[in-house]
Design a protein around this ligand. Sequence first.
Ligand code: ADP
Length: 151
Amino acid sequence: YAGKKNAVVLTESMLNLKVKDFQASPVVVFDQMTVYDAIIHMFSEDVGTLFVIDRDEILQGVLSRKDLLRSSIGSQDLNKIPVHMIMTRMPNIAYCKNSDTLVDAAKKLIERAIDSMPVVKETEAGVQVIGRVTKTNITRAFISLAETHDL
Ligand code: ADP
């Protein structure tokens, strides 16, 4: 009986882990930024994924480390290529809301085989980026669950 009760308690606290409690700040770049500058920005901000927005701050795309590496193969001038040419673009972006459970966000990351997702607010004009959820945030939540339950 004790085992079953513990399982119920653990399930409950897992479902109580919300994106809003573990999300990080988003790191965004404008769609006209060059690939060269985006590479510098990725290093200086110490993130693995950049979210691309337009002048109205609407989410347009995502840039991963490998997207940037791929575009660096060959002899193109990275100062002449805007990031919108190489990003993964809407509507193919996986995103979540801050009210979502972390379990649902984790499932989405695994299903799509990606490292990170924008946390968004839906508006009439499109989606606005308000946060970021990564595998690191999920790992942190996993640890907090273990600590809460004295595992
Ligand atoms: P990396 O490419 O550096 O291994 P990811 O595994 O996160 O990093 O990205 C894999 C591919 O999926 C990249 O082309 C990237 O643009 C794309 N991608 C990353 N995050 C998302 C997302 N939230 N929605 C859709 N595509 C994404």
